[in-house]
Ligand binder design. Structure first.
Ligand code: GLN
Length: 287
């Protein structure tokens, strides 16, 4: 007979994993330990928290060891778990796409507010990545159609999976192409984007999770950080119908420069929207 007392308990595994993660400089070690244990057992985090006495068999212990060591090498938690919550939806993510960031929810809020106000149904999401913005928009607005573009095939495959998982494949079109180029002139009523906007020089200062694991293609905004944004603004102006809304995420210190670039591209009513931390986060303008 096996003596289950020799096997570690869920609670003990959470504690040990949390200590290891803390030593590696992970910011919320306990929460992340609970999530990794939940992932290995196929449990919810709540189950992990409420059944600390449950014993873990060896196979699970080994699987947890592998995840924990990857996390100690600062692989993003979202990649290890394969999921990330965004705008109330669970998205599949993995290497090859940027993990959705909570601050990007502001972009969805602004687009939805506009769509509801004017009954807009034709929307575009440029640089869609995991598809989180496009899918959240389509799911929140039942009659809408969202055209999403990306240059990366891996990103489009991920976005397709997310659209299918949320049941909106029929209303989210995925097109491979550069920025707004695949869009017909004047088609979009609303065009949103989270383009790469990190200045190249800042790359090495990013957190290891971002710098070592996330696709640089999705982050690299050239020397100024706004090289892609500038091109995006011109393309968006063309793809939007007159009066259509453009909304793009920008870096925390890029507001003033973004205003100039949008003005040069022919946009009016340009506004910088700050995030909950009070930083420049989104710029909007009217075509
Ligand atoms: N906010 C992201 C980061 O700091 C950057 C996203 C982007 O370039 N679009 O990692």
């Amino acid at each position: 007979m096996t003596d289950s007392g020799c096997l570690p308990s869920v609670g003990a595994m959470v504690e040990a994993t949390a200590e290891d993660l803390a030593a590696a400089g992970v910011e919320m070690p306990r929460l992340e330990a609970q999530l990794l244990v939940a992932q290995v057992l196929g449990w919810s985090r709540l189950q992990v928290m409420t059944r600390p006495e449950h014993r873990i068999v060896e196979e699970y212990e080994e699987a947890l060891g592998r995840l924990s060591s990857a996390r100690r090498r600062r692989a993003p938690l979202a990649y290890l778990i394969g999921r990330r919550e965004f705008y109330g939806f669970e998205f599949s993510v993995g290497p090859g796409v940027l993990a959705p960031r909570p601050e990007t929810e502001l972009l969805v809020d602004l687009a939805l507010e506009e769509a509801r106000r004017r009954g807009a149904v034709r929307m575009a999401d440029v640089c869609t990545g995991s598809g989180c913005v496009a899918v959240a928009l389509a799911a929140a607005l039942p009659g809408s159609r969202v055209l999403a573009t990306d240059v990366s095939q891996a990103a489009l495959a991920c976005a397709a999976r997310n659209a299918a998982e949320q049941g909106v494949s029929g209303r989210v079109g995925l097109v491979r192409g550069h920025l707004a180029l695949p869009l017909r002139s004047g088609w979009a009523e609303i065009l949103v984007a989270n383009p790469p906007y990190v200045p190249s020089s800042v790359a090495s200062a990013l957190q290891p999770e971002v710098a070592c694991y996330e696709p640089w293609l999705a982050l690299d905004g050239g020397a100024s950080g706004l090289a892609i944004f500038e091109e995006l603004a011109l393309g968006a102006r063309r793809a939007l119908e007159p009066g259509g809304l453009f909304a793009s995420e920008i870096g925390y210190d890029q507001g003033a420069a973004a205003i100039t670039l949008l003005r040069d591209a022919g946009f009016a009513d340009i506004v910088i929207v700050r995030d909950l931390a009070g930083l420049d986060r989104v710029v909007t303008g009217r075509a």
